[in-house]
Design a protein around this ligand. Structure first.
Ligand code: PLP
Length: 377
């Protein structure tokens, strides 16, 4: 057997990690400003994370959602206040795509409607409805294509208003990232998010905030949508909330009522996933990592904007896009193999992303900045 060859790989294998440092097989260390794609939130092998997971594994790895699961209740108690939405309801699943799939399905159940409004440049995952709401024909199979999804341009309020005026009675949900990640770090304006909220209220549609990448404190608020001072009806989460353990979740406003059997999963909310998410929530709260993300993000953005040969720096907190005047792939390769620093790509070929752990330090930032300065000069 061989692996299904769908990933273009760097010729490097990471075998060990601690905090924001990872090591390859030869013992070479790397600074991790990619976090395995915005996944590592509290750092690799954080002692609390290792302890919680090891302890849980030694007692019980899995039992199904047909019985009470105490660690789910514990997670709800911690995540409620941390997310600033203690009155919301949590449904647990296994990935970001699955979180979006469940959110859109729930919006459709709730409204009895079937139209979904998504943004050009959006990425919501690879399952059927999530990929249909993703603006990339290359990853949408013929079976995924549906007239139920309508794309509009991010931050174009007039286009959204016109769409609602025409089809508002059929719209189940508007789904959008507070900051488009894969799309190249494109920030939704506060005014636009406020408009989404107002139109969803007026027409009875559900506002789905895809916070899979821009949530979990990364932007300096728990959800990046919080910057606009609005509440979404459903927040979708994954990546950072498990620090590498596969977990997805949706946080659902109190006015959306559950019904037995309407959503469900075998593995979602399993004991190990909850132990991982609990460790993350505890460390984020105790070490004030949302605040650190904001501080380090502000510092980085200010310094990055002083660098030569950078066209634009976009983002908030520790979700940063750096647009070069040229393609970023060769630059990222040099950063990795000459400076030993991981950063992320994006579908905007000139833009690369910084998505580090939320507990990075000023020293980590300075090391990155020195390397960028050297390679960009
Ligand atoms: N939504 C956003 C904004 C994402 O960035 C991603 C993954 O990159 C997803 C959804 C899909 O998450 P997953 O790969 O866990 O299915």
């Amino acid at each position: 057997m061989k692996l299904f060859d769908v990933y273009p790989l760097y010729d490097v294998e990471i075998v060990k990690g601690q905090g924001s440092t990872v090591w390859d097989q030869e013992g070479q260390d790397y600074l991790d400003f990619y976090g395995g794609h915005a996944v590592i939130s509290i750092g690799h092998t954080h002692p609390r994370y290792v302890e919680r997971l090891t302890d849980q594994l030694g007692r019980l790895g899995f039992y199904s959602n047909s019985v009470k699961i105490g660690v789910q209740q514990e997670l709800v108690r911690k995540l409620g206040p941390l997310s600033g939405h203690d009155d919301y309801q949590l449904f647990l699943c296994n990935s970001g795509a699955e979180a979006n799939e469940n959110a859109l399905k729930l919006a459709s159940f709730h409204t009895g409607r079937k139209k979904v409004v998504a943004m050009r440049g959006a990425f919501h995952g690879r399952t059927s409805l999530a990929v249909a709401a993703t603006d990339n024909p290359n990853i949408t199979a013929p079976v995924n294509r549906t007239e139920n999804v309508v794309f509009v341009t991010l931050n174009d309020e007039q286009e959204l208003e016109a769409l609602f005026a025409k089809e508002g009675g059929e719209i189940a949900a508007v789904i959008l990232e507070g900051i488009q990640g894969v799309g190249g770090i494109r920030v939704a304006s506060d005014a636009y998010l406020q408009k989404v909220r107002a139109l969803c209220d007026e027409y009875g549609a559900v506002y789905v905030a895809d916070s899979v990448q821009c949530g979990c404190g990364r932007t300096g608020k728990y959800y990046s949508h919080d910057w606009a001072g609005v509440n979404a009806d459903i927040y979708t989460m994954a990546k950072g909330i498990g620090n590498g353990f596969p977990i997805g979740a949706i946080s659902i406003a109190p006015h959306i009522a559950p019904k037995y059997g309407m959503l469900g999963t075998t593995f979602g909310g399993n004991h190990l996933a909850c132990a991982a998410a609990l460790a993350v929530a505890e460390v984020m709260t105790e070490d004030r990592l949302v605040e650190n993300a904001r501080k380090m993000g502000d510092y980085l953005m200010t310094e990055l904007r002083k660098l030569p040969n950078v066209k634009e720096v976009r983002g908030k907190g520790l979700m940063i896009g750096i647009e070069l005047n040229e393609e970023s792939a060769p630059f990222r390769k040099r950063l990795l193999f000459e400076e030993h620093i991981f950063v992320g790509s994006s579908s905007d070929k000139n833009t690369f992303r910084l998505l580090p752990a939320l507990n990075i330090t000023r020293e980590h930032c300075d090391r990155l900045l020195a390397s960028l300065r050297k390679l960009l000069a």
